[in-house]
Design a protein around this ligand. Structure first.
Ligand code: FE2
Length: 383
């Protein structure tokens, strides 16, 4: 029986056999058979005892603010055979056990390195787009898992054979989890209209963009299902925002810093709607890894940066746009009726060429990225 529930993912599991321990009132040190030593502060350990979390859902069932600030380790003993560490805490005289595997998987930095940045792609992705058949995914968990992995790792995947009926785009999203409703509804139509209130509903080309940067949070995944294709043009365009951001970081580091440090306002107004969100075009995490890209020429509001920063921002914005739109960066292909495209909307930009000759009708919907990752974790555990 696991002693501690999982707290977070670790991409590089450590050697998890504990060879010996040392401790003082403030910290437990575990020496692994690899020779490495991990330090676990007393307060952190006390905060992560197994009984602090619900047995089934792993949620914390007490408030860390209730812990005594003078929490200390009274005694600690390693059982090498069982690979457990028994700890007596002061001042609340609490006795508990920690599983050595759990400790190894949650060892604090610097022992665990940050997860690597995802692989990125350029226009050679054209022939490598991950493709799957809808009916196969509905009946084969292995095939579904591979498709979900492609979305996670490449930020894009295709489906073929989705029934050419309205509403089927939601069925595809439900392969992953739940449809995210917005003011556009549970799903939305992208079809030529006489007087569109959004450029997406006209027959002109659409520049590369991420959807709905004016929302907080931004929709994590976008699904587009082709019901009717135009006779001429209308090709879908894709560009890997992470690749362009990484190029900017390598070639123009001051531009990268500008776009990560300055937040801009995105806005969408329509009758009864005034959506606004402020965020940087390139978002990084605490390890300076690229974690999200927002790029949407149609919905960026007038810049309200300090005047002294405006020229620098436009220079950086232009160079980022050039990296995104470079011929070597853009994938182009035609969606046929029954095809469905899914993109990571915080990474992969999409657009389309203008079209003529008949109707072009797509249906789209959104879902959340965390649902995808949750589904994958559960499938990979049961594989
Ligand atoms: Fe879009």
């Amino acid at each position: 029986m696991p002693i501690n529930p999982p707290l977070r993912d670790v991409t590089q599991p450590r050697e998890h056999t504990a060879a010996s321990i040392r401790y003082n009132v403030n910290c437990l040190h575990v020496r692994w058979t690899s020779g490495e030593i991990s330090a676990f502060p007393a307060l952190w350990l006390r905060d992560n005892i197994a009984s602090a979390r619900h047995r089934d859902n792993g949620q914390r069932i007490f408030d860390a603010m209730d812990l005594a600030q003078d929490t200390a380790i009274g005694t600690a003993n390693l059982d090498v055979n069982r690979q457990t560490v028994a700890v007596h805490f002061k001042p609340d005289a609490l006795n508990t056990e920690f599983d050595a595997v759990w400790l190894a998987r949650h060892a604090l930095p610097p022992h665990i390195s940050a997860a690597p940045e995802p692989r990125v792609w350029d226009n050679t992705m054209n022939g490598r787009l991950f493709r799957a058949n809808f009916a196969t995914l509905e009946s084969n968990d292995d095939a579904l898992r591979d498709w979900l992995r492609a979305i996670r790792d490449d930020g894009v995947a295709l489906l073929h054979g989705v029934p050419q009926q309205p509403g089927q785009v939601c069925r595809a999203a439900e392969l992953i989890g739940y449809v995210r409703e917005t003011n556009y509804g549970r799903l939305f139509d992208v079809v030529q209209e006489e007087q569109p209130d959004n450029l997406a509903f006209s027959n002109t080309g659409l520049g590369l963009h991420t959807d709905n940067p004016y929302r907080d949070p931004v929709p994590g995944l976008q699904f587009l299902h082709c019901l009717e294709a135009s006779a001429n043009g209308g090709e879908s365009l894709l560009s890997d925002g992470f690749r362009a951001a990484r190029e900017l970081r390598e070639e123009w580091p001051s531009d990268f810093a500008t776009l990560t440090q300055h937040s801009v306002l995105f806005r969408y107004q329509a009758p009864g709607v005034d959506l606004q969100a402020r965020a940087p075009l390139i978002e990084t995490d605490e390890h300076q890894r690229i974690r999200a890209v927002r790029y949407n020429n149609r919905s960026i509001a007038p810049l309200d940066l300090p005047a002294v920063s405006v020229d620098r921002f436009y220079g950086a914005y232009r160079r980022f746009g050039q990296a995104l739109h470079a011929a070597a960066a853009v994938v182009s292909f035609s969606l046929q009726p029954g095809d469905l495209l899914v993109v990571d909307n915080q990474r992969v930009l999409h657009g389309r060429r203008g079209f003529s000759g008949g109707r072009r009708h797509l249906q789209g919907c959104y879902a959340d990225q965390d649902t995808l990752l949750s589904r994958l974790r559960i499938m990979e555990k049961s594989a």
